[in-house]
Design a protein around this ligand. Sequence first.
Ligand code: GLU
Length: 292
Amino acid sequence: MTKPVFRFAPSPNGRLHLGHAYSALLNADFARRFDGRFLLRIEDIDITRCRPEFEAAIYDDLAWLGLRWEEPVRRQSEHFADYRAAFLTLKKRGGVYPCFCTRKDIAEAIACRKAEGGEPWPRDPDGAPLYPGTCRGMPDDEAERRIAAGEPHAWRLDMATLQKLVPGPLHFRRFDREGREDIVPAHPRRWGDAVIVRKEIPTSYHLSVVVDDALQGVTHVVRGQDLEAATDLHVLLQALLGLPTPGYHHHGLLRDPEGDKLAKSRRSKSLAELRAEGVTPQALWRRLGFDP
Ligand code: GLU
């Protein structure tokens, strides 16, 4: 039997905090208990926000925690060609369309529809308003002309068409700390026509993560609850691209005393700061509920 494969996949856009340490330790703990492999992946597609010093700090912080991972580490910024190939497959299947809208265009279209309708505008699981479909159904020749003219554009999933391409309900396996599994339905339509290739980056988180998990043979995804709903889209992409669907475990998020989730953007204390205060890796393991 092949070994289970786990991965920790941070983005080098800030210093790691306790929440990352928990996710990394949980992955490593699963790998140890299930005689599996533990991979580290650097999710640095967002070249505007990712920085080499943050990547170096990830290796440093994780080594300080006492973790070991397999080499070479996959760095997403070196694999845009793989994401492009996956995108072309989606395009060939007819499940995507180019979108030229700016944020302002989208906000205005929604404001207009709201004024007509009165119903609350639907939002995706992250709370963002669903795309109003402005560019869906644009004639091919117009889209091609605008692309050829160099007009900035993203690519969106065409949910209505995809529904027909992938008939039947979608599911994934969910596993718990003991490895017990159950089957959970996925509902990608609640994301509306989600962006699958961004305007300023030739891929998206969803596309890259699905391609990489498959290429790296990841069998068990362990990540925070904030990404649980995104699994809907991941399962849909796996079905469209003919990729295997791993099992998923979404762990609870660590919160600060005010009850907000820890985040780089909220300046939660970094592992480096805790380390500078004299916290030992052993103390940190215990604090996070693991046996050092
Ligand atoms: N790169 C993502 C993050 O740092 C995690 C992606 C995943 O585990 O699927 O939040």
